[in-house]
Write a protein that binds this ligand. Structure first.
Ligand SMILES: Cc1ncc(COP(=O)(O)O)c(C=O)c1O
Length: 388
């Protein structure tokens, strides 16, 4: 058994982040400024998007995206129960309704066959989540959206650097929202990005991200700017700082190297667990799709084990392996249960899969020995607890 605790996630920070951040700190410009501008430009270029707007979280990105398409009270937005709090709470900010559509049992992404039944005259937006970094079925989602004149806002919090149909996430679709939270595949501590091809939405997101005022603060206080500004709408305080953007620049330059390592780890897990009949492996995606491998969600065949998922997690913890669960479905949380009267069985696939899923550690700083330790711990727990 390993002696030290293996955390579930760790950021991959080295001299390159330190150098960029030091430059930002010493430049005298620590809030939104040249580094943020450069990060937006390099991010847009890296994925082939026309516009990239840096903000301070993916939650902020999704809020701004919904604002940009003009969501109104009483409108409806379709998403899945198997996601983080943020995806639905941003809909509630507008006093609009998140309408949940269950996930596909294999991919854990929105079951596109059930979307049509959830659409009515109040539906405005579909918000697919690329869970774990596996692309949702965007061809089908776009087709349905076009047919009903709906907008598609992607929750791409897990999806950098994912690829769908030969195109990087963020280079197509209406508005695509990324997260740079501490555990994500590219981190700025806290941060997010909105990508869009639409100039009008890009402009709206940009100026609403900074109080709805008519020009960026950093321009106002530099030689090229002046003191005058105008408030055009009651905006938000969602801008990214240059300190965060500096970190993002260093992370962006190694995002593919970090992805390669996660891909290797996923392959090692898949190979080790392929013959273990108590375990169900995550889908790897169909080429030319590229799974971003933000998460490795292992599922248990509970009927073949004497312990449940929580006991399995406790056994891993006892062996010094950190894990997590993605996600506790929205519809069983008190707020959504009370507000909309949901029962656990209303979304049977999300509920069933939630009860048997464990996210294993998968990050570029893991050594081969770390990976081996996880494999050994999981294998040993299975052997000690199989029913037969
Ligand atoms: C699926 C999903 N959507 C949205 C978010 C929100 O991201 P952020 O923390 O950057 O606001 C997260 C963060 O964990 C997430 O996992």
């Amino acid at each position: 058994m390993r002696e030290s605790y293996l955390p579930f996630a760790l950021p991959d920070i080295d001299e390159r982040e330190l150098t960029e951040v030091e430059q930002a700190l010493l430049s005298g410009w620590v809030t939104t400024g040249p580094k943020t501008h450069q990060f937006e430009q390099e991010f847009a270029a890296a994925i082939g998007a026309r516009h990239a707007i840096a903000v301070n979280s993916c939650t902020a990105a999704m809020h701004l995206a919904l604002e940009a398409v003009g969501l109104q009270p009483g409108d409806e937005v379709i998403t899945t129960p198997l996601t983080f709090a943020a995806t639905a709470e941003v809909v509630r900010y507008f006093d609009a309704r998140p309408v949940l559509v269950d996930v596909d049992a294999e991919t854990l992404n929105i079951d596109t066959a059930q979307i049509d039944a959830a659409i009515n005259e109040r539906t405005r937006v579909i918000m697919p989540v690329h869970l774990a970094g596996l692309p949702a079925n965007m061809a089908e989602i776009s087709r349905i959206a076009q047919q009903h004149a709906l907008k598609v806002i992607e929750d791409a919090a897990h999806a950098m650097p994912g690829v769908y149909n030969h195109r990087a996430h963020g280079s197509l679709g209406d508005l695509v929202c990324f997260s740079f939270y501490a555990t994500k595949t590219l981190t700025t501590g806290e941060g997010g990005m909105i990508c869009t091809e639409n100039e009008e939405w890009a402009e709206r997101c940009r100026f609403m991200s900074l109080h709805g005022i008519s020009r960026d603060a950093w321009k106002r206080y530099t030689a090229e700017g002046n003191w005058y500004y105008e408030i055009l709408a009651p905006g938000f305080k969602y801008n990214m700082t240059d300190v965060a953007a500096a970190m993002g620049l260093a992370q962006l330059r190694k995002v593919n190297v970090m992805w390669q390592r996660r891909k290797e780890i996923a392959a090692a897990y898949n190979q080790a667990f392929a013959q273990v009949s108590e375990l169900l492996l995550p889908p790897v995606g169909n080429a030319p799709e590229q799974h971003a491998w933000h998460l490795y969600i292992l599922r248990l065949h509970l009927e073949r084990l004497q312990i449940d998922r929580s006991q399995f997690i406790a056994a891993l913890k006892k062996r010094n392996i950190g894990t997590s669960v993605h996600f506790i479905p929205l519809h069983i949380h008190p707020y959504y249960r009370q507000r909309y009267g949901y029962q656990p069985q209303d979304y049977p696939v999300s509920y069933r899969e939630y009860q048997r899923m464990i996210s294993l550690p998968i990050y570029s700083r893991m050594s081969d020995q770390d990976v081996q330790d996880v494999i050994e711990a999981v294998s040993e727990i299975v052997v000690q607890n199989r029913t037969a």
